[in-house]
Design a protein around this ligand. Structure first.
Ligand SMILES: Nc1ncnc2c1ncn2[C@@H]1O[C@H](COP(=O)(O)OP(=O)(O)OP(=O)(O)O)[C@@H](O)[C@H]1O
Ligand SMILES: [Mg+2]
Length: 266
């Protein structure tokens, strides 16, 4: 490397603070605006990593129209979130993921009751989640889009993880997500996750781009929660319907998720 290149790398490193290591609130929601950025995979794998750190974790599939947490990990569920509308408890409706240490509250079990919820029903579901006190962490996977339901779910999060990839379309949607979240919950804890990053450094640069836009136009400075590298083994594990940390515990993406979990539950 030339002296000039070394200097520019050193300058860049100096501008990038360490990812925030501050305890997340109990309810961690994962949103993005754009579809297909890896929210569901991240929600599952983060839940698994938090459980491995010793916390009790409930993963809630909040993608109400197109729920698929159960499909990604091949989990057979008998109950879903709609049970909360009948007064059942989140604990009673949750399904334990074998050998993974966390439980899933599914978004569907074939009942079809969750596709068209009215706002009062969303509130009943949120009250049911708030009452699930026996879990240290409740991780909520929110569907793509920025509709009323997605915004309401994001607004109750103690910590909102806004997921982007390095693509400009994902960045603009993450920006919109941050903007709406700031309106819906002023002063809330919002952090950025860059998923499917080429390298740690390119992921950090993506976050800096997003942070700069948020600083200039929204007067917000969202910290980096973590960078998760692109890994072909993610799709392989999903195709096999096995939790990623079970199938590829020594992979780079698993190490990245481990660091993310450690930053949220130091
Ligand atoms: N770190 C990663 N490396 C490689 N591939 C990834 C990574 N994270 C996610 N993917 C791939 O991205 C695809 C989409 O993931 P996922 O379904 O979790 O996204 P999503 O944001 O929940 O989508 P939707 O908006 O439709 O709910 C998956 O098929 C998975 O293979
Ligand atoms: Mg999803």
């Amino acid at each position: 490397m030339t002296a000039r290149a070394t200097a520019s790398v050193a300058t860049l490193a100096a501008t990038i603070p360490e990812p925030l290591a501050r305890p997340a609130g109990r309810l961690i929601a994962i949103a993005s605006g754009k579809g297909g950025v890896g929210k569901t995979w991240l929600a599952i794998t983060l839940s698994h990593a938090l459980a491995q750190r010793g916390g009790s974790v409930l993963l809630v599939d909040g993608d109400l129209g197109l729920a698929n947490v159960d499909v990604q990990i091949g989990l057979a569920v008998a109950h879903d979130l709609s049970g909360l509308l009948k007064g059942e408890s989140a604990e009673a409706l949750a399904t334990a993921v074998p050998d993974a240490g966390f439980s899933v509250l599914a978004g569907r079990s074939g009942s079809g009751a969750l596709a068209q919820l009215v706002p009062e029903q969303i509130e009943t579901i949120l009250a049911g989640l708030a009452a699930a006190r026996r879990y240290d962490h409740v991780v909520l996977d929110i569907g793509a889009g920025l509709d009323r339901t997605a915004r309401r779910l994001a607004s109750v999060a103690d910590t909102l993880l806004v997921v982007t990839t390095e693509e400009p379309t994902a960045l603009t949607d993450a920006y919109a997500c941050l903007k709406l979240a700031a309106i819906d919950r002023p002063g809330g804890d919002r952090r950025v996750v860059v998923n499917m990053a080429g390298t740690q450094a390119t992921g950090e640069r993506t976050w800096l781009t997003l942070r700069k836009a948020a600083e200039n136009f929204l007067k917000l400075s969202p910290p980096l929660a973590g960078v998760i590298r692109r890994d072909v083994r993610v799709s392989e594990a999903i195709r096999r319907q096995v939790p990623f940390l079970t199938r590829h515990p020594a992979s780079e993406a698993a190490a990245d998720i481990g660091r993310l979990a450690a930053s949220l539950a130091p």
